[in-house]
Design a protein around this ligand. Structure first.
Ligand code: SRM
Ligand code: SF4
Length: 571
């Protein structure tokens, strides 16, 4: 008898072209190898343009010189951005020195960019150097698998090892989940590492031949620090400890931030709780959540393909029941937990193993030497003498982890000598921007390059109203895809067109509330005028120590987004 499909669970309609690309790709091989031999263009052709993303690479062109190249009748200056896989952001000093060298010698911009998912990107690698970057990464135990496209992305995890024992256990889970959910195809090894074709029958038991309907993101967080912004992720594990020992995780699903300007069929969402699981169920539960999303996610519309839309369509309880069935468990009630902070805790912190950890502020995560600061040189110098490792944070900063008391001064001196220990305001520490121009093809307005300007202006406003010591989470994202996580900020800007942004307010300081639109299509001046007015009122009318994000809600300046499907778009 023909199986009767439940319409709620299976979307009928035309599959997106992306589904065809994946299906016809022979497990992500496409004709990438042939393209690599084509020296006429620096780009990739046809489906390969999308397929290289499954190998952790994006084809980009420098948008600052796009018009100039067109006028000169030249091909756009194609170059590749490569994103490494680095579960929980842990990188050894030896690995760091190798990537630093590669960035200097083989990339167009000679920089490394720390991302807000605890890894790094190289921008501007030419096609001819692609195999050498993969071989270099492989030689130091790294890869770029599963960092882009319709797979589980780099698994992020609370980064500061202050709670060392717990952190160590949780870090191991981040690695295990990442590895468990990785693509199994041998295409990566064959194409980039010149490995001989090992098997003729590839198999993707978890991801399937057509992989997931859309990107999928996972976080692990150790309360009370929501430094990973868990609500931006599809699947989240909140570590629950008893007597400092990990006993299990609360599992939350369906977070995500991307929207389309004006498209009410898109909305951001905080993740919602499924329940508590013991440690031994982590892999089966993560696999069951991923396979349920794999089977039920929308493959006819990529704008509605992420887990939150699947939950909305099939119903939370139906989804939960299916996960329980697949994982052979019953979720327990959520265990109590709370968050007090987000962001990074800068400076020295002593871990419980008597080691010290030094969190250093990296403006926009850009590892570069410039006239004010020589960040790249400083980190390379530290890497040469440091006996512990580096941890990349989910806020684009870096932790020099595992330092002995006696070595602290030497490390600090290096950063000081390179101009990196200047005093900065709480606003600057809690700010973030996505990459945007010139490399991001989707950018509508500046983000990374505009962030210092906005911060400096807002700092002046805060000073004027004696609020300069206050923390405000301020973020800019160059388009509504939301990479800069502006919709979880107390003040968030989302690019509309060059020089114009929508202004969002009302996220909270712990990252558990979605922000709401306050003003549309503003110029930089209009934004600063709005902020001056609001900061003035906040300074006069706030309750004792009330955060900006909470104040704008209590004072009725914007309505709180409680149920984002319904509340987000209502004015
Ligand atoms: Fe992102 C696409 C950069 C975190 C939502 N993101 C892109 C691309 C690859 C543009 C593209 O598709 O061609 C950007 C490359 C710019 C460049 O030149 O480097 C890009 N995203 C980034 C990074 C580097 C921003 C940063 O400054 O740190 C972050 C890399 C993280 C990583 O290491 O994997 C980054 N992106 C995010 C986040 C935040 C997060 O994950 O915590 C989000 C919002 C959370 C979410 O997923 O809902 C995010 N990026 C997107 C989207 C929208 C996805 C969607 O659900 O519709 C796109 C566009 C797409 O996938 O079609 C996108
Ligand atoms: Fe690019 Fe938009 Fe992401 Fe910024 S938010 S990096 S502009 S895709």
């Amino acid at each position: 008898m023909k199986e009767k499909k439940n319409k709620k669970l299976y979307i009928e309609g035309k599959l997106t072209d992306f589904e065809r690309i994946k299906m016809n790709s022979n497990y992500l091989r496409g004709t990438i190898n042939e393209d690599l031999k084509d020296c006429i263009t620096n780009g990739f052709n046809g489906d390969n343009f999308s397929l290289i993303r499954f190998h952790g690479m994006y084809q980009q062109d420098d948008r600052d010189i796009r018009l100039e190249r067109i006028e000169q009748k030249l091909e756009p200056r194609y170059a590749i951005m490569l994103r490494c896989r680095l579960p929980a952001g842990v990188i050894t000093t030896n690995q760091w020195l190798k990537i630093d060298k590669f960035a200097t010698e083989k990339t167009l911009y000679r920089t490394i960019r720390l991302t807000n998912r605890q890894t790094f990107q190289f921008h501007g690698i030419f096609k001819k150097d692609l195999k050498s970057v993969h071989k270099m990464l492989h030689s130091i135990g790294l890869d770029s698998l599963g960092t882009a496209n319709d797979v589980n992305r780099n698994v992020i995890c609370t980064s500061n090892p202050i709670e060392s024992e717990l952190h160590h256990e949780v870090y191991e889970w981040a690695k295990k989940i990442s590895e468990h959910l990785l693509p199994q195809t041998k295409a990566y090894a064959e194409i980039w590492l010149d490995k001989k074709k090992i098997s003729t029958t590839d198999h993707e038991p978890i991801l399937s031949k057509t992989y997931l309907p859309r990107k999928f993101k996972t976080s692990i967080v150790i309360p009370p620090h929501n430094d990973v912004d868990l609500h931006a992720n599809d699947m989240n594990f909140i570590a629950i400890a008893e007597k400092r020992k990990l006993v299990g995780f609360n599992v939350l699903i369906g977070g995500g931030l991307s929207i389309e300007h004006g498209n009410k069929n898109t909305w951001p969402s905080c993740a919602i709780p499924l329940g508590f699981i013991p440690i031994n169920k982590v892999l089966s539960v993560s696999e069951s959540i991923v396979t349920t999303q794999r089977d039920w996610g929308n493959r006819t519309n990529r704008k509605n393909a992420k887990t939150r839309y699947t939950l909305h369509r099939v119903g939370f309880h139906v989804f939960k029941k299916e996960v329980e069935k697949r994982a052979h468990i019953t979720f327990d009630s959520i265990r109590p937990y709370y968050f007090t902070t987000r962001g990074d805790r800068f400076g020295w912190i002593e871990g419980i193993d008597n080691k010290w950890h030094f969190t250093v502020f990296i403006p926009n995560g850009r590892i570069i030497d410039n006239s004010d600061q020589s960040i790249k040189s400083a980190l390379a110098q530290v890497a040469r003498i440091h006996k512990g490792d580096f941890r990349l944070t989910a806020n684009q900063n870096i932790i020099i982890a595992g330092v002995d008391q006696k070595d602290k001064k030497e490390i600090e001196n290096i950063f000081f000598a390179h101009g990196m220990l200047n005093k900065i305001t709480e606003l600057r520490k809690n700010s973030m921007a996505c990459v945007s121009f010139p490399t991001c093809p989707l950018a509508m307005a500046e983000a990374e390059r505009k962030l210092p300007f906005f911060i400096t202006q807002i700092e002046k406003i805060l000073l004027k109203y004696n609020m300069e010591k206050e923390k405000i989470v301020f973020r800019i994202t160059g388009c509504p895809n939301g990479c800069g996580r502006s919709l979880l900020a107390e003040i968030g800007l989302i690019g509309k067109s060059p020089g114009h942004y929508n202004l969002y307010l009302g996220g909270n300081h712990i990252g558990t509330r979605i922000a709401k639109i306050y003003a549309e299509n503003c110029t930089e001046k209009e934004i600063l005028d709005h902020l001056e007015e609001l900061i003035k009122i906040w300074s006069e009318k706030r309750d004792y120590k009330e955060y900006f994000g909470d104040f704008v809600i209590r004072f009725g300046i914007v309505k709180a987004v409680i149920n984002s499907e319904t509340d987000f778009w209502i004015k």
